[in-house]
Every structure is written in C-alpha cells, then in structure tokens.
Design a protein around this ligand. Sequence first.
Ligand SMILES: *Cc1c(COP(=O)(O)O)cnc(C)c1O
Length: 382
Amino acid sequence: MKSAALPSSFGAANLLQIPVYQPYLGGNVSRYVNACLDSGWISSRGDFVSKFETGFAEFIGANEATSVANGTVAIHLALDALGIGPGDEVVVPTLTYIATVNTILQTGAKPVFVDSIEDTLQMNPEAAELAITPRTKAVMAVHLYGHPCDMTSILAICRKHNLLLIEDCAEAFGSKWNGQHVGTFGDAATFSFFGNKTITTGEGGMVVTRDPEIMRRCRRLKNQGVSSTREYWHDILAYNYRMTNIQAAIGLAQLEVAPEILALKAQVAQAYRAGLSQLPLRTHDAVGDVVHSHWMCSVIVDHPQDRDSLRSYLAERGIETRPFFPQTHTMPHCRAEGEFPIAARLSARGVNLPSYPGLSQDQIDGVCAAIRSFWGCLLQIR
Ligand SMILES: *Cc1c(COP(=O)(O)O)cnc(C)c1O
C-alpha cells in the first residue's frame, strides 16, 4: 500500500509527531511547584495538599476529597474503607482498565464481570442486576473513556439490592449524568491524575465520598493507620498512599485551567466527529442528557478486521493510536467464566485517537485525512 498524500503541514518532517496524549501544563503550574521547592515542603505535608483537595471537591460538587499517590491506590483505599474483602463479590464491567479489577482482587473480594452497552461503551445495568448473588457487596461503575454510565439505573439497582456503589472516575473528570458530576452518585468515587488523564499531577489520585465516616477511614488508612491521639501508634493494618505537596501543587494549577482543558477537549471531539463522517466507523458520542468529557476520542470501526490495519496505517504516518482495553476477565490472573459479546466486539473494534487538549485543527484534519485515505486505499486495492 503506497502512502497517501496528506496536507503539507503533515509532511515527512512531521512523522511520528502526533502522540495519543500530552498533558496541558499551563497556568500557575511552575509557580506553584517552585513555591514547594523554595519553601522545602516537598513531601506530603504542605498547603497545596489541602487546597487541591478542597478545590477538587468544590469543582465536582462533592462534600470532601482526599488525595492519594495514584488512581489505583485510590480504588483500593475506597474498597478497603467500605469494608470490602474476602467472601464479597463486586460487580464490574469486563471492559475496563486492569486497575479496576486488580484492586478488587487485592482486597480478597471476587470481581463478577458484566457486559457493556454498544453505543455508550458503559456497563450494562441489566447485566449488572443479573450478576447479583447473595454474596454481592458492591457495584463498581467505571465511566469508560469519559462517557458516564447510566447512573439512574445503576443507583436504582444498588438501592433495591442494598449494595454499595463505587465509581471509578479515572477517565471521567468533568463528565456529568443528568447535570451532576460523576463521582457524586456512589458511596465512594475515585479519580486518577496520571500524565494522560484529563487533569494530571504526574502520578496521583483522589477519593471522594459524602460519608464523613468513610472519609475518616480513608484518611487514616492512607496514612499508616496512625492514631490521632498517640504518636507512632498504629492499631490497624494500613498504607502509605499519600500524595506529595508537589503533586498537589501541579493539581491545583490544573484545576484552575480545568474548564479550559474540558472546553478544548470538547472541541477536539467535535472536530473528529465532523471530519470522520460517512466512513465505516462511528465516533464515541454522548448519548442522552450527559456531558461526555472525551478523555479519549474513540472510533469504533464497523469491521474488526479493519482495526489493526488502520492502526498500522496511521502509525506509518506518525499518528499514534491505542486499541480499546482487552476484556479483563480474559487475563490470566483475572480469568473467569462467561461470554460478554458486546464487550468482546467493542474491544476488537475500538481505536483511541490522539485526544489531548492542545491538538490543533490542522493536526485533527491530518488525522481525519489519514483515516479517510486508509479506506480510500482499501477501495483501490479491492
Ligand atoms: C488510569 C486508570 C486507573 C488507574 O489510575 P493510575 O493513576 O494510573 O493508577 C484506574 N481505572 C481506570 C479506568 C483508569 O483509566
């Protein structure tokens, strides 16, 4: 297959120039980080930690938030604080990032996998209800690639069956269901601030909950379980999951530009939607009364056999992409019975395109032109 002509701004000099993600580090980030260095408060004590936590809770409309070292330990901390452990089952979509499932396994609980919905990519609430057994303790809703789950149905199921609800919002900072931020529906919710997440602290995470008792447990568990009244006295098995003041300084600066980041990401998604019409694929669009924060701008190709050749074609033209996650229940240490046909087909057909807020219209045009020429080439060959 000969390489297709692309816009001149997309010439050989620009090969391998468009990564899937780049952080958007503007605003006060260096000022705040330098303030940490100048003051010596570089570890997990310092003003930025509480400022970031308070600002974050305010941004999403949560009561309280506590920061942690990354998004994975955020989930583990939330599960532990909610008392989930051996003998419990947690209902979880198989189509998610491995951290969601690993943290359930790490508590000693059993993940019970469910299928997804074709258009939104989110957990199927009916499948979740069918997966409930007498041992089910919680439902883990994952807002995948920035689209919120159907929180009305999931909340109703949790209330009906008296189950805890945890939201993994690692990919959905800024997403809303019926006008309400994700992370404010369940008993606890977690966020990730990895370098490619919508707002970043390098590595970092957050746990939010409306329950003051759960928040107290999270704060104690993330800090070695230290007694509040006796120095170096630890009476529960706990962790060091703390975020540093430097991470929080970056986070606070990110929070200040978060509306800008979210607006730019919405524009990027819209530009892809316009540039990729009438091809044998669909973009991952918002369904219903939701705000889709477009952590990733995804396309789902009609025919699974096109997926990997499209990715190679784009890679040859300097455009990095990522495939959708494999189904977690097929991985060796998570292996479970069951067929999840929608998740399986999505996993085989999904491609995440360059999705960062700083993408220019020219770059998006270049990606769209390359994708269009991929099918143009195929047509010529066929
Ligand atoms: C990124 C991510 C996590 C984990 O976050 P880290 O900060 O990388 O530990 C958890 N769940 C999902 C769905 C994610 O995308």
